[in-house]
Ligand binder design. Structure first.
Ligand code: MOS
Length: 746
């Protein structure tokens, strides 16, 4: 691929974003709009026994208070994990029940934001609380349905091992903390409804809203042109959106709600806490003889949310004896959900720490342990990987990082008062390819318009869709306009699971090829073009050139000038050959399904290797990460600039998981405590010293026509393990619980 692909095109929307011209959902303010504010429950479990809205209603500017009694009706929807559109299956304010702290219990409407907020403070509520717990009880976990996998004989494998590891790893609650707040603005105009809300899936939101209010999908427009960070938290249809839409219908005027930072911790999803148990056995050469992973993840009382990590870990290394279990333990929170690399972050922290422990026990270089167990076929499903460059990533990163300088023993390297250690870990992310479609229109002025209901959640999707089209059509990137983030546009999948570039990109590619077919039909039928009289089926499109089998050619742009009005439109519909009919239907109904990562034919995964230099102060035990190097092989890279940012951002987030991120809880009241970005710690510049990204060339024509694997979530996977392994190399101290803190070091 040449020109616009595999290059460093800057984001076309950058200037719009820094000048404030880019409009996010809450920036759309229809005339006459009123303001909503949520009142949330201070108790975690119990019932609402009394509501007195009168002090709020007496406040200047407050127009109404909706409670369970006065809330206009809508049909509650199933949760995402039951195939519905909801972020959870429990809908607050449809009963007196309280199931989690921070649950919406009343909804105030006022003329101004200030009045709505004050009104929310003034609503008087009485509760009858019951006992609650916020931490799951792993000892009371249950096996998730059909989530146990056994291959070979684990006990025999353990018995035959010369070295074993038996360890438990623990990860905390985490919250997304996107910069853009959750918001919904609803505007009813008769039976037509426009909803502005930040969304990773405008089609899912539309389907859920249509079902909830009993109106046709075509009467609804869900608009979300820019999303200021989502990371999984804006995937489904949240209760506050339906409350706002219901209230706006009742009021007969547009209504906007912006959720506060603190409320963001309870009204949407989060990363559940988890316990990961590993038992590994290996012979003296390092070959695995036994592999067991039991994952226990927290979930809410009402939704058995499974983000299975065991299906990822068991795909990594060759082993004849495998046992994995996916278990759930519930507690009194809202329903957890996806959070960037929704299981891989925590499960690969565990797996890759366990692998390091195994290497140390074997007195083996950790890279060589991975090499000994590298495999070309999926260890359980037995299908070959479509491409797998895990060891190429290790070798490339080891070289640039200077792994050969690593001290084989702990405390083998010092820099003044600092103990310095090196660690590494595998990164991976499943390649899922979702059905997608797109429309391309060549316009009179020589520009192309690309339209699809995909989303730019801050990753650069507008830019890469433009690049793909520009390459096919033979245009400069600035001659392609991309329109996305609207439910009325051709179907595109959820911006989740790192599927967008692969899926929506393939649809744009196909739309351009279809456009060429249409144009070829016109120019071959005319008598005044270089392609006159030829069979249109023999004409192909390459980088903007229409070429015939007998060597005749003309540019697509010239050909367009020869078509009536100089315009042409085409549609592209992409579905991976391995996707099932059922999955296809689900997506077109607003749901989510993909081909991959494991199909009947292939296993599709992106790989990487992460290397970390960590420093621990001998006296204060302060932990610092001075270098992170990651090498990644994720198929074709459309844009080396946006991809670099994604991978770097992922690794920095991984550093956050290692050293900072942790939602603290009040166990007495079952509440999240540090619900603000002052106390919820994330890495700042001083924490991020050197982060180096390498992208390896990888060709994979099985995954999709573009050869693209996802990179949005790959970068975070493995970082925390690499940090912990480096700390062990520096100090001899093995850390098995995230985040790593000074108190863990003493
Ligand atoms: Mo990502 S957690 O799949 O939005």
């Amino acid at each position: 691929m040449a020109d616009t692909l595999n290059t460093k095109v800057s984001r076309y929307e950058s200037a719009r974003k820094v000048t404030g011209e880019a409009k996010y959902a809450a920036d759309f303010m229809p005339a006459g709009m009123l303001h909503g504010w949520l009142v949330t429950s201070p108790i975690a479990v119990g019932t609402v026994t009394g509501v007195d809205p009168s002090p709020a209603l007496a406040h200047d500017g407050v127009l109404g208070v909706y409670t369970r009694e006065t809330l206009p009706e809508f049909k509650t929807q199933k949760g995402f994990y039951q195939g519905g559109a909801g972020t959870a299956s429990f809908w607050p304010m449809t009963s007196d029940e309280i199931k989690y702290a921070g649950q919406p219990v009343a909804y105030v409407v006022a003329e101004t934001v200030a009045a709505a907020r004050r009104g929310a403070d003034l609503v008087k509520l009485e509760y009858s609380p019951k006992g609650s717990i916020i931490h799951m009880e792993p000892e009371h976990s249950e096996l998730a349905q059909n989530m146990e996998v056994t291959k070979g004989d684990l006990d025999a494998g353990l018995a035959q091992a010369s070295v074993t590891v038996d360890a438990t790893y623990v990860t905390p609650f985490q919250h997304h903390n996107a910069m853009e707040m959750f918001a919904t603005t609803a505007h009813w105009s008769g039976d037509k409804l426009t909803v502005w809300m930040p969304s990773q899936s405008v089609r899912t939101a539309r389907a859920g809203i249509a079902a909830a209010f009993g109106i046709s999908e075509t009467a609804i427009e869900v608009v979300s042109p820019f999303v200021g960070g989502a990371f999984g938290s804006k995937a489904g249809l949240p209760p506050y959106a339906l409350l706002t839409i219901a209230a706006a219908r009742d009021l007969g005027v547009p209504l906007r709600l912006i959720v506060t930072r603190s409320q963001m911790y309870t009204v949407a999803s989060f990363r559940p806490e988890s316990v990961q148990k590993f038992r590994l056995g290996a012979d003296e050469t390092g070959m695995l003889t036994a592999f067991e992973h039991i994952e226990i993840a927290q979930t809410s009382r009402f939704d058995p949310v499974i983000n299975p990590g065991t299906h990822m870990t068991r795909a990594m290394y060759a082993c004849p004896n495998i046992h994995t279990e996916q278990r759930l333990a519930s507690s009194d929170t809202n329903t957890p959900g996806f959070m960037r690399a929704p299981n891989e972050m925590q499960t690969f922290f565990a797996l890759e720490t366990a692998m390091d422990e195994l290497a140390i026990s074997l007195d083996m270089d950790p890279i060589e342990l991975r090499r000994a167990n590298d495999t070309e076929t999926h260890p359980v499903e037995k299908v070959p990987f479509s491409s797998r460059a895990m060891m190429e990533c290790f070798d490339a990163a080891a070289e640039t990082f200077g792994w050969s300088e690593r001290a084989a023993q702990a405390d083998g390297r010092r820099d003044g008062d600092w103990l310095v250690g090196f660690g590494c870990a595998t990164a991976t992310y499943p390649t899922g390819v979702a059905p997608s479609s797109a429309r391309v229109r060549m316009q009179d002025d020589g520009t192309a318009l690309i339209e699809l209901a995909a989303h730019d959640v801050g990753t650069g999707t507008y830019t890469i869709m433009g690049q793909i089209a520009a390459q096919r059509l033979g245009l400069n990137v600035d001659k392609v306009e991309v329109v996305m983030g609207n439910s009325g546009l051709p179907l595109a999948p959820i911006a989740g699971g790192s599927v967008t570039a692969a899926s929506a990109g393939s649809a744009v590619h196909l739309a351009c090829l279809n456009l060429a077919k249409e144009v070829a039909a016109t120019v071959t039928s005319r008598d005044d073009t270089p392609l006159s009289g030829l069979d249109p089926k023999t004409i192909t499109l390459t980088d903007g050139l229409l070429k015939s089998a007998n060597g005749k050619e003309m540019t697509l742009l010239e050909a367009l000038k020869a078509t009536p009005r100089g315009e042409a439109t085409a549609h592209g519909e992409y579905a991976h050959p391995d996707i099932t009919e059922e999955a296809l239907k689900v997506t077109y109904k607003g749901g989510y399904d993909v081909a991959g990562p494991v199909t009947a034919n292939k296993a599709m995964f992106a790989f990487g290797a992460q290397f970390v230099e960590a420093r621990v102060n001998e006296w204060t035990k302060e932990i610092r990460v001075s270098r992170i190097h990651g090498a990644f092989a994720a198929g074709n890279i459309i844009n080396r600039k946006t991809a670099h940012s994604q991978l770097m951002g992922g690794m920095i987030w991984g550093l956050g998981s290692a050293l900072h991120e942790h939602t603290e809880v009040d166990t007495k009241r079952a509440r999240f405590l540090n619900d603000n970005i002052a106390e919820y710690l994330v890495p700042v510049n001083a924490d991020v010293v050197e982060v180096n990204v390498q992208m390896l060339e990888e060709a994979d024509d099985y995954v999709n026509p573009l050869g693209v694997k996802g990179i949005g979530e790959l970068g975070i996977v493995g970082t925390a393990a690499a940090v912990g392994n480096a700390i062990h190399n520096a100090t001899g101290k093995r850390l098995r619980k995230l985040p790593f803190t000074i108190s863990d070091m003493v």
